[in-house]
Every structure is written in C-alpha cells, then in structure tokens.
Design a protein around this ligand. Structure first.
Ligand SMILES: Nc1ncnc2c1ncn2[C@@H]1O[C@H](COP(=O)(O)OP(=O)(O)O)[C@@H](O)[C@H]1O
Ligand SMILES: [Mg+2]
Length: 208
C-alpha cells in the first residue's frame, strides 16, 4: 500500500531529517513508529501525503509512483492523515460538519454523510455531540472528533500522529478498541510504548 524507497529529506535550514529511509506498509500491517522528538516521524507522514517532497528516493502508494502534486490527489482521498495537532483537522463550526466534511468531499450524498456522522459518533462514544461547536471542545474531545473525522473518510489506510495524547483513560480504551477492531492498515506514532504495543503488529524504531 505504501512503499518508501531510499528517501532523504533536508529542511531549508540544512537539517538532514531522513537519510536513505525505507518503509513498506502492506495490507493488514499495523505499524508502530517509535522515536525521540525530532527524529522525523511527522516529516515522514508529510512526505507520504505529498505535503513535502523528498530530495531523493521514491514514494510509491497503491502501486503508483507519486511525484507531482496531482499524483497525491488520489493519495489524500485514500489515506486518512490524523495530524499531531487536532486543531488542524477541525475547521467547521460544528462537530457534525467536521465529521461530514470528508464524506461529502469524497462524493457521498447529504443523507449518506448524515448516516456516517451518526455511526462515527456512536463508534467514538460521542453520541449527542453533533451540534456542539468544535473549537469549544476540550483538547481530548477535539482529538477524539479528529479521529472520528479520519474514520468517517472510510479510507483503507490511516496515518496517526500521536493520536493518544491528551486523551483520558476512557477515550484511550475506546481508541484502542477501535484500532484493534478495524481491518484498515495503519502507521501510528506514539511515545507510549505500552499503548503502541497493544494496537500494532509491527514496531519500528527511528534513530538519529
Ligand atoms: N518546517 C520546518 N523547518 C525546519 N525544520 C523543521 C521543520 N519541521 C520540522 N523540522 C525539524 O525536523 C526535525 C524532525 O521533525 P519532526 O518530523 O516534526 O519530528 P518528530 O515528529 O519525530 O518529533 C526536527 O529537528 C525539527 O526541528
Ligand atoms: Mg511529530
């Protein structure tokens, strides 16, 4: 589903973040990515989504080489990327609109989107939140809605950047349950070694 070959990436200020980096995500893979702050985990996700272009190497997604901006249009429809900062994912006035945004954008009817919103709220344990104002939610509630917004896109692949941070224990258990139940493939970044082991079947460490 995702193949990164010999990827190197350097920011404008000259910092070399990825050097000859290789990674493969196959159907059924639930990959945990562990590494210290600044090791390049978020950078890696941005390269997969085409938000940053690698200096060297190949990005192959769903068996197609992805180079130009237009190559990534399909990637962004078929890979759900949950940003590290949930405020970047919630930009509509209400929770209902934030959850419906992906499905509507992907061509679902208003009726279908409404159904997906209800199913998603039930799944994430937040029934009754549809009319709430997204920006007034607590940090943990926002993160759970951001997770819901990614699930609502119904993509085959998920990239989850520190999804557990700021969640209370109940919400963490709900998220762990959803991740264990899903047959979607994903790459998840977390600092919590115990949690990441519960939701993955492969674990990779990033060094330097
Ligand atoms: N926009 C940027 N410009 C310059 N350096 C950046 C930028 N974003 C991240 N970096 C640097 O790149 C390195 C990797 O960052 P990041 O991918 O966010 O790491 P992680 O997600 O593993 O904590 C860090 O040293 C960070 O300071
Ligand atoms: Mg990061």
């Amino acid at each position: 589903m995702i193949e990164l070959k010999n990827i190197s990436y350097q920011y404008q200020n000259g910092e070399q973040v990825l050097d000859d980096f290789n990674l493969t995500l196959e159907p059924g893979d639930k990959i945990g990515l562990v590494g210290p702050n600044g090791s390049g985990k978020t950078t890696l996700f941005k390269i997969i989504m085409g938000l940053l272009a690698p200096d060297e190497g190949e990005v192959i997604i769903f068996d197609q080489p992805r180079e130009k901006e237009e190559d990534f249009i399909e990637v962004r429809e078929r890979v759900g990327f949950m940003f590290q900062d949930s405020d970047d994912l919630l930009f509509c006035p209400t929770v209902e609109e934030d959850l419906a945004f992906g499905p509507l954008n992907l061509g679902k009817s208003k009726e279908e989107a409404k159904e997906i919103v209800q199913e998603t709220l039930k799944l994430i344990g937040m029934e009754g939140f549809e009319k709430k104002v997204s920006y007034r939610l607590s940090g943990g509630q926002k993160r759970m809605i951001a997770f819901g917004a990614i699930l609502a896109m119904q993509t085959e692949v998920l990239l989850l950047d520190e999804p557990f941070s700021g969640l209370d224990e109940d919400a963490i258990e709900r998220m762990v349950g959803i991740l264990n139940d899903t047959d979607r493939s994903y790459i998840i970044v977390s600092h919590n070694g115990e949690l990441i082991e519960r939701v993955t079947n492969k674990l990779y460490y990033m060094n330097e």
